[in-house]
Ligand binder design. Structure first.
Ligand code: PMP
Length: 354
């Protein structure tokens, strides 16, 4: 039975990528060796790393614009710390839109003054704050483009005089943006880019070198840049599968085509959430995420019946995060619209049963 995978991350990746990735484990490019057992310094793997870094920049439209890409380890959570370590001299501005922003703020406070320019915490992060002021004398402004847990997404980014740092873990490569407005973008691979184990960091090089503190080598972006993301052994397999996924994005029309598909999927599901009296969306309509749709059931007595319906239909990973409850449908790039149709049908079946 076909599975419809709505997991929030790690999550669905394209079937073609899984097939090629599996082949790479058994015999990488007819070499008689697995991609897992060759040296990260071998020409074969250096090519993988180079192509992954270049293709990331190409897809984002950031080639030849002073940006470099790195594939680091320790997840996006390490970037909460590294961004502040490398960029925060005196004070930084943070927009608090959820759990991940709050965690980034906590780490940054270890390095300097943090100005929380706005927060949607009082309403359990069900909207994106707007019309806030960002002081012009901050070292940088940090925001989270898509809030995986609460299902909100920034649609209009503020004009900022300082460098802009953005956690794009759950919507990178899913929609077109003017990425040159950002000075540092980071994203854990395990949503739209690949398996868990590596994190893409895209840096405009001229923002570095401005803090006075000593930075340990492994936490220093300059060290990783000087070594072309090979300062130490990278997460070779995670980088390889990320490369296969990046190629899949390119071969399927790039970010523009991903965005079109993602909007179609999100529109279909939100339309049903709004139409069906048994369901209610969690996030404010204007801030709804195209990646993670959060919604609740209006009649708790029907929860058991609904859970059976979607599980019987082969749907996986629909339970909401514990801090929101209800349901969360994560519709990353690799999820087909057919899977969304199946979910919508189960919602309609529940209504018919009532
Ligand atoms: N930021 C966002 C927006 C996330 O969704 C996540 C993980 N789901 C993280 C950061 C943390 O990522 P990691 O687990 O790779 O540290």
């Amino acid at each position: 039975m076909k599975k419809h995978n709505y997991s929030a991350g790690p999550c669905i990746l394209p079937q073609e990528v899984f097939k090629e990735a599996a082949q790479g484990i058994l015999d990488y490019q007819d070499s008689g060796l697995s991609i897992m057992e060759i040296s990260h310094r071998s020409a074969a793997f250096v090519d993988v790393m180079e192509e992954a870094r270049n293709l990331s920049l190409e897809l984002l439209g950031l080639q030849n614009k002073g940006y470099k890409a790195l594939f680091l380890q320790s997840g996006a959570s390490m970037q909460f710390l590294m961004t502040a370590y490398n960029l925060l001299n005196k004070k930084a501005a943070y927009l608090n839109t959820g759990t991940w922003s709050s965690k980034a703020i906590k780490e940054a406070k270890l390095f300097g003054e943090v100005i929380e320019v706005a927060s949607s915490k009082k309403k359990n992060f069900n909207y994106i704050p707007k019309n806030y002021q960002i002081p012009s004398d901050v070292d940088y402004f940090h925001c989270t483009s898509n809030n995986t847990i609460f299902g909100t997404q920034i649609k209009d980014f503020p004009q900022v005089d300082a460098p802009v740092v953005c956690d794009m873990s759950s919507d990178i490569f899913s929609r077109e943006l003017d990425f040159s407005k950002f000075d540092l973008i980071y994203a854990g691979a395990q949503k739209n880019m690949g398996p868990a184990g590596t994190t893409l960091v895209v840096i405009k090089e001229d923002i570095l070198g401005k803090v006075e503190r000593e930075i340990p080598s492994m936490l220093n972006y300059k060290v990783h840049l000087e070594k072309d993301s090979m300062f130490n052994t990278p997460a070779v397999y995670a980088v390889y599968v990320s490369l296969l996924t990046l190629r899949w994005i390119k071969n399927n029309g790039g970010i523009a085509a991903m965005e079109k598909r993602n909007n179609e999927k999100a529109n279909l599901l939100y339309k049903e959430i709004d139409r069906n009296p048994l369901f209610k969306g969690f996030a404010e309509v204007e801030d709804r995420s195209a990646m993670n749709a959060t919604f609740n059931i209006t009649d708790e007595s029907k929860k058991e019946a609904f859970d059976k319906l979607w599980k019987d239909a082969g749907i996986n990973g629909l339970n909401g995060h514990r801090s929101v409850g209800g349901y969360r449908a994560s519709m990353y790039n690799a999820l087909d619209i057919e899977s969304v149709k199946v979910l919508v049908e189960t919602m309609q079946q529940l209504e018919q049963q009532s």
